[in-house]
Design a protein around this ligand. Structure first.
Ligand code: SF4
Ligand code: SF4
Length: 378
């Protein structure tokens, strides 16, 4: 296994790490999940030197007890060889006591006395304003002091710009996790986020380098053509992993491993991919693939948010992002789950069209939101 320095910590993390019970698994619950095979893949990962595991979102599963039980099993397989990250969901919290409850519930159900990392999940401009009002810095210091976590972190999804305020408000974030695939170079927070983590000397955990497997399945013809014509004898999975891990600022890439076969392929690719490994031709091919995916979106929204605010509290750019995701990856399951989880269905668009007038590119947002509502209807 390859190891990399984890930000300011005196610790090296494996370039490949394990992320279990993630949203891509939640949306497969109806199809049946092969927990035994996943456990074998996790065991293979730890035996291969993986030393970090993010324990995901057991509470999102309808059968959360099975999910927690899998989490406990994975911790047993790790046998103390991996640092743990437990996520605290910030979406519904209203007080520091809510944060405490969420952390305690996760620790108790995972049979942990403490987590190596407590990760505040779902941090973006709205939850961040709430966390600031709750004095999240004092809460974080209290958790570190009472020993429920060894370090604090955030899972972030928004403009990189907000990381400035997040780090100015509290300097103790040792871990920053965000989606970072070749699709995200300029998106929420993209390369800008990477610069901030380097500036603040934080360990960057890159998640979703294969977009929860969606970059490997259902590949549209225009993207398939790009990969077919690309230089080099690399699988799509290798291209995805290498694009992310080739960047020196990335400490580790998180994998939700379904099978031992996947574990072998992904971990071997990660082992070999040192910073700078991806050559110019690989980077260019990934860029062309991204452009091909983007061309399949309904609107080429840049997430500038000039169309906001909406007087009725509708988050049109986020809905556009989710709807575009469903079109690009030809799979509505993950964006549909997030659409309902984030409560967009409860905030109906009144069709006043003010957002369309504000959008510099006059995108048909009213039509898009209607389509999103139909596609993602529970
Ligand atoms: S059409 Fe009006 S109500 Fe609907 S999102 Fe745009 S501004 Fe909000
Ligand atoms: S103003 Fe237009 S481009 Fe900008 S976020 Fe809104 S819809 Fe997207």
């Amino acid at each position: 296994m390859q190891y990399r320095k984890f930000g300011r910590l005196d610790w090296e993390v494996s370039a490949a790490s394990l992320g279990i019970l993630r949203v891509e698994t939640v949306v497969r619950e109806d199809d049946g999940i092969d927990w035994d095979e996943r456990a074998k893949a996790a065991a293979y990962a730890f035996d291969s030197g993986v030393n970090f595991v993010n324990l995901g979102y057991p509470t999102y599963f309808r059968d959360s007890e099975t999910a927690f039980s899998f989490g406990r099993k994975v911790l047993g397989l790790a046998g103390g060889r991996a640092k743990t990250a437990v996520n605290v969901l910030t979406r519904d919290i209203q007080s520091q006591a809510d944060l405490d409850r969420c952390l305690d519930m996760q620790l108790e159900n995972l049979s942990l006395d403490k987590a190596d990392f407590c990760v505040l999940d779902w941090v973006y401009r709205r939850t961040w304003e709430k966390l600031k009002r709750l004095d999240v810095a004092s809460w974080a210091e209290r958790i570190l002091k009472d020993g429920r976590a060894g370090h604090m972190g955030i899972m972030f999804h928004d403009d990189a710009y907000y990381l400035d305020d997040i780090n100015s408000t509290y300097s103790g974030w040792d871990l920053v996790q965000f989606e970072y695939s070749f699709m995200d170079h300029k998106h929420h927070p993209g390369a800008g986020g990477k610069k901030y983590t380097a500036q603040f000397n934080q360990g960057l955990v890159a998640s979703d380098c294969m977009k929860g497997g969606r970059l490997l399945e259902n590949i549209p013809e225009n993207v398939r053509n790009v990969w077919d014509e690309a230089e080099g004898d690399l699988s799509v999975a290798e291209r995805c992993i290498r694009w992310t891990l080739s960047q020196a600022e990335v400490a580790t890439v998180l994998f939700d491993l379904e099978t031992v076969g996947q574990a072998k392929e992904y971990l071997e690719t990660a082992r070999k991919c040192i910073p700078g490994s991806a050559d110019m031709f690989e980077v260019l091919a990934a860029d062309f693939a991204k452009d091909a995916y983007y061309s399949n979106r309904m609107i080429q929204c840049s997430a500038c948010r000039c169309c906001m605010p909406c007087g009725f509290d509708v988050d049109a750019p986020r809905i556009a992002e989710l709807y575009n995701d469903a079109l690009m990856f030809r799979d509505a399951r993950i964006p549909g789950f997030l659409y309902n989880l984030e409560g967009h269905a409860n905030v109906p668009c009144k069709k006043c069209a003010l957002c369309e007038k504000r959008c510099p590119r006059s995108f048909p947002l009213v039509d898009l939101m209607e389509r999103a509502g139909e596609l993602f209807a529970d």
